[in-house]
Design a protein around this ligand. Structure first.
Ligand code: PGA
Length: 256
């Protein structure tokens, strides 16, 4: 069982399947040497099956960037893709509640339904939480706790085996390494998230849930952030589209 996880969130990139293959080829080649780290690539849903069938022996796993909140396997729901459909195409993970989806109107209730539908289909939900801004009074911690409580409302103790949390402060996303969280602030926030998970699911289950960090992770800060106690890996946005940068980020985690 690999202990560390790095998730590549390709968002709405690249513009063609040909380019997606080019990035994936480079990534799969270099990460095949990593010993401790599981890499999960989340491309556009349109490229998932093609990439999966083109790279059968790859050690890289696939995730979707979103999933339907509906628990049915199939149905008359135009535009929706069920968790079962993703699972049936070899997808193992799904990002849920990314701030860019919340900005498009996704509510905590919808997010909690998505987490439940992922669990029902045995996908690993990667629940994203993160504050818009930090403050001295600690209001952002109250906000984080609430996001966790609401997003995980339908999760059972058994479901926690597949659950992954990604801490992604909105103020860091899409920025460069200088704007990422500091190691000390990250350590404290991860500790706070861990405490909340233990409160929600009990010690036995709460301590096992991996907590990733996402937001401006680049080769320049990957080593320092990877060394922060309690960080099980990264969720990487823009740097995941540059194979050289992504590889050096995965290497930083693998060595930590
Ligand atoms: P970033 O994005 O690495 O480009 O900051 C992270 C994310 O949005 O998941």
């Amino acid at each position: 069982m690999k202990r560390k996880i790095v998730v590549a969130n390709w968002k709405m990139h690249p513009p063609s399947f040909r380019e997606a293959k080019k990035i994936f080829t480079a990534v799969t080649r270099s990460v095949s040497r990593m010993k401790k780290t599981q890499v999960v690539v989340c491309p556009s849903a349109l490229y998932l099956s093609g990439l999966k069938s083109s790279y059968r022996g790859s050690k890289v796993l696939f995730g979707s960037q979103d999933v339907s909140h509906l628990e049915e396997k199939t149905g008359s729901y135009t535009g929706e893709t069920s968790a079962y459909q993703f699972a049936g195409s070899g997808v193992t993970h799904t990002i849920i509640g990314h701030s860019e989806r919340r900005a498009l109107g996704e509510t905590d209730t919808r997010i909690s339904q998505k987490v439940s539908s992922a669990c029902a289909a045995r996908l690993s939900p990667i629940l994203c939480v993160g504050e818009r801004a930090r403050d001295d009074q600690g209001d952002y911690l109250v906000f984080l706790r609430k996001e966790l409580q609401l997003g995980l409302a339908g999760v059972t103790e058994k479901d926690t085996r597949k659950l992954i949390i990604a801490y992604e402060p909105l103020w860091a996303i899409g920025k460069s390494a200088d704007n990422a969280v500091t190691p000390d602030a990250l350590r404290q926030t991860v500790l706070f998230i861990r405490k909340t998970l233990v409160d929600l699911f009990g010690r036995k289950h709460g301590v096992r849930i991996p907590i990733l960090y996402g937001g401006a992770v680049e080769p320049a800060n990957a080593g320092t952030l990877a060394a922060v106690e309690g960080v099980a890996g990264f969720l990487v946005g823009h740097a995941s589209l540059v194979p050289k940068d992504f590889t050096s980020i995965v290497r930083a985690i693998d060595r930590s």
